[in-house]
Design a protein around this ligand. Structure first.
Ligand code: SAM
Length: 309
């Protein structure tokens, strides 16, 4: 069970919301709570104007007034934190604590999918009218019933940025995308020149959706329905943007399906969850190569350098 504390800056002419937000973040960090997330799971789109959506404004701009959210498995920890913040910030902030069921956490991918502009690609919902910025490759994706969207969009964006930056150095010839959703990483990997592309999903609908998205984008990929990773061969690159308990559970399988020197890209968690994941990964011979983050959501790149994986 996870609880969410959403802290918003009240609309008030006396001060700039972005300044109050920055003071709140400084205060939280001084308290040692560096695991906050800017924007909340399915609420970021509320902060976007039509113009921002149309121009795919940068995350920094979007986030300047978006709420700050903390997650904790103890409600009373969040209640106490809200009390401390109330005292410190008088009437500038409003607080809401809610419970996030495992199901809603898992299905929080909001269907309101806004264009995503990366270094090389302009990823838009199928049939979106907006023209493609010069120099970018357009990728149209059927977002289905919320398999990819604005809230957790930040994690997807961060993973894509890592792939764009690092894939040339890794030169992988095979990719496994665990929990492929719409198939977005398979499509981009195909467009970046990779050829052996396999995705897995626990949802039958998403297996169909990812397969048809890949086909529509001219990418030859295989998407399988599976909760486990069971192959007789190993991959150069494995990507998994999933809930932390799932990442923990799949770690042994991911490690054993990674070729020596292969890269494992993990996402879907915040800073406070990272230490345990890193320790588990290290016990399977996976060393940290780099980290990245987008509005509080972290990405780990691990390499299989030792022989005990
Ligand atoms: C957060 S979404 C990621 C979607 C997409 N890869 C992205 O990053 O935008 C996680 C996906 O993992 C799938 N999933 C959850 N547990 C899984 C498992 N054990 N094996 C395969 N897929 C799983 C869910 O159905 C969901 O589509």
């Amino acid at each position: 069970m996870t609880f969410e504390l959403k802290i918003s800056v009240k609309d008030d002419q006396r001060y700039l919301a972005s300044d109050v937000k920055q003071m709140m973040i400084d205060f939280l960090e001084a308290l040692g709570r560096t695991d906050y997330v800017e924007g909340y799971i399915d609420g970021v789109s509320e902060e976007l104007s039509a113009l921002e959506i149309a121009t795919a404004t940068t995350t920094e701009e979007r986030m300047s007034t978006a709420p700050v959210v903390l997650f904790d498995d103890r409600r009373d920890t969040l209640v106490n934190l809200a009390e401390v913040m109330k005292n410190q910030f008088a009437d500038c902030l409003s607080f809401a604590i809610s419970e996030i069921s495992d199901e809603s956490w898992q299905s929080c991918w909001n269907p309101d999918f806004v264009p995503l502009q990366t270094q090389k690609f302009f990823i838009v919902p199928l049939g979106h009218g907006m023209s493609t910025p010069v120099g970018l490759e357009r990728v149209e994706i059927d977002a289905g019933n919320g398999a990819f969207g604005t809230g957790q969009h930040a994690t997807t964006r961060a993973v894509i940025q890592v792939l764009e930056k690092r894939i040339k150095d890794w030169q992988p010839s095979s990719v496994l995308d665990v929990g492929t959703g719409t198939g977005i990483y398979l499509i981009l990997a195909g467009k970046l020149g990779l050829s052996k592309l396999i995705g897995t999903e626990i949802s039958d609908d998403l297996v169909s959706l990812a397969s048809s998205n890949c086909q529509m984008c001219g990418v030859d990929a295989t998407v399988l329905r599976s909760e486990e990773i069971q192959f007789e061969f190993q991959f150069d690159l494995i990507i998994a943007n999933i809930l932390v308990p799932v990442l923990h559970g799949l770690m042994p399988q991911m490690a054993s399906h990674l070729k020596p020197k292969g890269a494992l890209v993990l996402a879907g968690f915040v800073e406070k969850e990272e230490g345990a994941l890193l320790r588990l990964a290290a016990s399977y011979g996976l060393d940290l190569e780099m980290t990245a983050q987008e509005t509080g959501w972290r990405v780990l790149v691990l390499r299989k350098m030792s022989m005990n994986g």
